[in-house]
Ligand binder design. Structure first.
Ligand code: G1P
Length: 295
């Protein structure tokens, strides 16, 4: 019997320097894809996968994220008074239940591994999911839900992976591929942000993980690695010596929203897929693109 995954960790302490000045006073995780903040979309994915407790690793200037996942009495009263029931039920549907969120601050930007370690007391001694809100996966059946199915078969540690072009290998954690089990395969090695010549494959770690709690003990004494930061991948390499890791090939389209073009592309794709605005937006987009072609 695999221990169920009920808690998810969301590291949201990053500065978002690539999106300045938009992120000067607003967390990058609150940037919107159409009308939903990035962090909301990733929390939706976790909820769809059966997660019941949402742990946010925040930092200074991130208070708005906590407000976003709280009730807004005045707004809700005003919507009620004005008979705006659709908007009201939208807010109610998105609201996590009482006591289902926790927030703790990463006091210094020491890296992803350190951010995850900050969640140790909140997670306790159970396996947990980890979702990086820079990455969106557009899929009918969410990426984490797909990983949960694999977890129920295999247990252990899982990371979602996808192929990346050679010139982007240095941006990601890259895995070595062992025995194949269909959708999942054994991971034999991992390297954080290698040069393409040193990479064991072209399969990148995408930003969705299911990890066993023993990772915290390793992170406690993890030395800084790539970029001078405490890297989660380095701690996973140590855990790989004791526990199985599998890579999961998921169905869906990923968008790296830590990058301007990735973020804009996500906005276009999500807008086009919406039944309310998709058709009108498609026409507007076509017009802009054909004007561009005529120039
Ligand atoms: C982090 C991880 C890396 C992973 C990437 C996915 O890097 O360290 O292994 O491939 O997320 O987005 P970061 O993007 O925080 O530099």
């Amino acid at each position: 019997m695999k221990r169920p995954i009920k808690k998810a960790v969301f590291p949201v302490a990053g500065l978002g320097t690539r999106f300045l000045p938009a992120t000067k006073a607003m967390p990058k995780e609150m940037l919107t894809v159409v009308d939903r903040p990035l962090i909301q979309i990733v929390v939706d994915e976790a909820r769809q996968a059966g997660i019941e407790h949402f742990i946010f690793i925040t930092g200074r200037n991130k208070g708005v994220i906590e407000d976003h996942f709280d009730k807004q009495f005045e707004l809700e009263e005003t919507l009620r008074d004005r008979g705006k029931s659709a908007e009201l039920s939208l807010l109610e549907a998105d609201l996590p239940g009482a006591g289902q969120t926790s927030f703790t601050r990463q006091q210094r930007p020491l890296g992803l591994g350190h951010a995850v370690w900050c969640a140790r007391d909140l997670v306790g001694s159970e396996p947990f999911a980890l979702l990086l809100p820079d990455v969106l996966v557009h899929a009918e059946h969410g990426c984490l839900a797909q990983m949960m199915e694999t977890y129920n078969d295999m247990g252990g540690n899982l990371v979602a992976v996808e192929e990346v072009p050679r010139q982007h290998i240095h941006r990601y954690g890259i895995v070595g591929v062992g025995a194949d089990h269909g959708r999942a395969f054994e991971i034999t090695s991992m390297v954080e942000k290698p040069e393409p010549e040193a990479a064991p494959s072209n399969l990148s770690i995408l930003g969705r993980y299911i990890l066993q709690p023993e990772i915290f003990g390793i992170l406690a004494s993890q030395d800084p690695g790539s970029g001078g930061e405490i890297q989660l991948t380095d701690a996973m390499i140590q855990l790989l010596a004791d526990q199985p890791f599998h890579g999961v090939r998921f169905e869906g389209q990923s968008y790296d929203c830590g990058d301007k073009v990735g973020f804009l592309t996500a906005n276009v794709a999500y807008a086009l897929s919406r039944s309310d605005i998709g058709p009108t937006f498609r026409d507007a987009l076509r017009e802009i693109v054909s004007e561009g072609d005529a120039d």
